[in-house]
Design a protein around this ligand. Structure first.
Ligand SMILES: C[S@@+](CC[C@H](N)C(=O)[O-])C[C@H]1O[C@@H](n2cnc3c(N)ncnc32)[C@H](O)[C@@H]1O
Length: 222
């Protein structure tokens, strides 16, 4: 197992790679909603002074992701429907926010994939205050996703995938999941502050644990 995190622009990085280099890419791109999000989340600047989530990746970046990957999953599907093809191969992550209707954060997020599992649903608790199994640990990124979510994706969509790519690594949650499950991981993070924080987090993680005792029963993809 190798874990390789680069402080670089994923577009430049992918340009150096051959077609189908990775078995599975799990991308969580910036959604381009930075200004609106920051207005509602005054604390977001404490994570990084330089992070700017005001632009989406260009269509060429998505073309590159598809070129270098045998299979792919892209989070924030609802923000990229003008770039990526219509599909029913979706993943809905229910954050189990358990809050009343005035709760101002999303209660779910959506990913699209080329793996032919019809619209799928997973419930993993996560919100600003109640971070499920990772309760008690401080978030290091404003858009950090739970390690449990990535472990579920790896088990359900990437059981046979060996080489995983994470073009927008953020806090490194996918790297932690790969390390715990014995997958080879390559990630890119452009922001130096997030890169540094993710690097420490990944290599502070406990050694691999068996998957079976952790994951819910779900249909198996490839
Ligand atoms: C939505 S966040 C990812 C969060 C991540 N899934 C997690 O669990 O922490 C997107 C990340 O992509 C990074 N980013 C934006 N453009 C990039 C690029 N061209 N190359 C590499 N990283 C980029 C941002 O700095 C940000 O940390």
């Amino acid at each position: 197992m190798t874990i390789d995190l680069h402080n670089t622009d994923c577009e430049k990085f992918m340009a150096t790679l051959p077609m189908g280099h990775f078995d599975l890419t799990i991308a969580d791109p910036p959604y381009g909603i930075g200004r609106d999000w920051e207005r509602r989340n005054k604390a977001s600047r404490r994570f990084s002074e330089t992070y700017d989530n005001t632009e989406r990746p260009s269509p060429e970046v998505f073309d590159e992701i598809i070129r270098v990957s045998k299979h792919w999953i892209v989070w924030g599907w609802n923000y990229f429907t003008d770039i990526l093809p219509p599909t029913n191969y979706l993943v809905v992550w229910d954050k189990m926010s358990n809050c009343n209707q005035t709760f101002r954060y999303s209660k779910a997020e959506i990913a699209g994939t080329d793996i032919k599992i019809p619209c799928n649903l997973v419930s993993i608790p996560w919100d600003g205050y109640r971070m499920g199994e990772e309760t008690g640990k401080k978030k290091i990124h404003p858009h950090q996703k739970p390690v449990a979510l990535y472990r579920w994706l790896l088990e359900t969509y990437g059981r046979r995938a060996r080489r995983i790519f994470d073009p927008f690594a953020g806090s490194g949650s996918l790297a932690v999941a790969c390390r715990q499950t014995g997958k080879d991981y390559v990630g890119c993070e452009i922001d130096p502050a997030f890169y540094k924080a993710a690097h420490s987090r990944i290599f502070d993680t406990p050694p691999p644990q068996p998957l079976e005792e952790f994951l819910p029963l779900m249909p198996k993809g490839d």
